[in-house]
Design a protein around this ligand. Sequence first.
Ligand code: BEZ
Length: 261
Amino acid sequence: MDRTDESSTLQQRWFADRYAENARFVSDRAEPLIELLAPTNDEIILDLGCGDGALTKLIADAGATAIGVDASVDQIIASRNLGIPSAVMDGHNLAFNEVFDAILTNAALHWMTSPNEVIDGMWNALKPGGRVVGEMGGAGNIAKITRALTKALERRNLHKKVVFPWFFPSEADYRQRLEARGFIVDYMALIPRPTALPGEFTAWLDTFAEQFLFLVPKKERVAFKEEISDAVRPDLFDPHGCWVADYVRLRFSATRPEKDS
Ligand code: BEZ
């Protein structure tokens, strides 16, 4: 994809090299999730929203058969380069029928804004008795960042044009959706997790907030990003010289029962 051409999309784009440089912490911080998943070597496991496959590889290294899906072609190329069997697939349209012993999903579900479709697809993809272990942005996630982004757009009278790209549910909301589909919720917790960023805050905006940036004319974008950085600096710039994003994780584990009730 030509990175200078924005005409074909106002959507967030995923480039494997930019992700590796600015977002490696996403898979690096996923160890508790792998512990909760506890993969075994006789299992077939789907990594939903596998990105560049770094986490999928950890599941495979634990001995399981791990397969990844992601909506980004560029990320799937990167994951195949790691040797991960993977396919381009939107999480809203999972095309599997009782294939997997487990699904792992990290930092992906909050990009899927029709959650019931995703939950339906996960249910169908799991064998009866299978489990889904996931982590996503939960209620209150990046609240300070979102506020600064919205205010900067308001100052330009652009705020009404934003289609909010994220879904950050509360525990009660997500539990209700899973249970309505028939899942047994084994674990659910909302975990504030301030997250150190590897570089400048503007790089986080470039990597994760393109849907907001695209609303601003290109020649004004540097100033727009600096304005947002300045707004969040008092809260998110650590005195040791590091940016720390106000992440809140919703972590859960749920089982598709052996028999439908
Ligand atoms: C998150 O992992 O919580 C997240 C990252 C980028 C944008 C929105 C949320």
